[in-house]
Write a protein of this length. Sequence first.
Lengths: 265, 301
Amino acid sequence: MTESRFTRIALRIGSALVLAFLYMPLLIIAIYAFNPSQIMDWPPRGFTLSWFGEAWGSRAVREAIINSLLAGLGATTLALVLGTLAALAVQRYAFFGRRTVSFLLVLPIALPGVVTGIALRTTFQTLGIDLGLFTIIVGHATFCVVIAYNNVLARLQRLPRTPEEASADLGADTFATFRRVTLPGMRTALISGGLLAFALSFDEIIVTNFTAGPGTQTIPLWLYFAMSRPTELPVVNVVAFVLVLVSIIPVYFAQRIGGETTVAR
Amino acid sequence: MADADVAAGTAPASRARRLATWLYRRPGVQPRLLLATPLGWLALAYIGSLVILLLNAFWDQNSLSGRVIPFSWTLESFERLVSNEVYRTIAVRTILVAAAVTLTDALLAFPIAYYMARIASPRTRRILVIAVVMPLWAAYIVKIYAWRTILQPGGFLEWMLAPLGITSPSRQEILPAYITLSYLWLPYMIIPIYTGLERLPSSLLEASADLGARAGMTFRRVVLPLVLPAVMAGSIFTFSLTLGDYLTVALVSNTKFIGNVIYDNSALGSLPLAAAYSLLPIVIMVAYLIVMRRLGAFESL
């Protein structure tokens, strides 16, 4: 321990300030959710729960939530299947261009979202595909694959091969071994990868904004359009607050599943 | 258990069995079959889209309707980008803000990362890691909205600064975008620096002290050089995410970044221009990643 007493106190104060900075905006959103006024002046005067009822009754909000859940489920399912297949190929076989696979898969999240978004929309329009839930799912799956791939790959690298060899020796064919030995071994990796992919999809707006089309809104898109309409702001506050609360769920699950998956996106 | 499955050799099961045997005899086919779907998907949905976008950058437009004419080769979009000073100003502004956000986040991240890695008890450390990562899970759009309300006239910041006689930055300035972007990507900087500091052997710091170096000297000559790859790893996130952003900038300020020009042109203006301009962040990011890889930042990711 080489740090002086002064350094320790200074670091403690610095850390507290950074934490305050990180949580201040979330706290302010929580307070505004109970603001009776439609005007967003600080500090809010008064307290009300009425906007929660308003938000619950809003058809647009409900439809947006359903769209977000459907898009998340569709994209996660696609990403898990595609990511697992790619991870199996890369981990189990040596072939030419193996390192390129990882690079290709990471490209959709490495390049700016605005580029991915405009590229996908141009293609959909060129092919004459109507923008909607389907195109949202295609866009989300494209950048969720790498999440599933990374999780499954990390698990496969640590999974011993001997149970699979034993299974083959006992007469099980490739498919039976996969179903009965490999798949159970990957289960928690699939759960955590799926959770991460779902969270990423649920939060996504930059690509979604390009691929959604005028008729379909996810919950981030609804927030995006509603925040420029002053009369909607109280409902926006409530939805934003609920989304902050909901974000605790994946953190909780990530903690329970264990340290293997880094929670950072 | 497995025996029951095998012994029950019904017709479809035996067909699967024959397929398994066939695959077993041809080991080269298996990775190809496994890769066909994911890579086929990626090639169709993503690489194909990127190529179409890239082609659009070299295509002409009908001067009246604005419709893109496929396979009409021209460099006009690039000429417009180079000749018009606005696009250069916006590019320089975006890169400078991305650099400023990266520097700010590194400065903000260091104290808390150091505290977490070297001073906090193991229990506090675990809690702090969760506390730092948690805001990343809160929706991106919600965090932007929060800053929009904080920065607006009559908002939280103005209320805080009023006693000091300072006014809140106006939407015309770059400041709101810079503050919000620094906030958004801060956890991406804290985590790699924390990991880097945690890996730092205590013996090195003790040796430096034994050799007569004061705390400041040890920090400059021992800690900083060893943690620099971690800072660069964090900078990949802060820099690239700022470089590609358009939503934050549009919602908290009236300034334009590269992303805003691409977005505005893709919807209403010129798609070839948007396509040509989007090559800029791609090229910058690829160059940035190559430099970072040379400097060893990838080992700290």
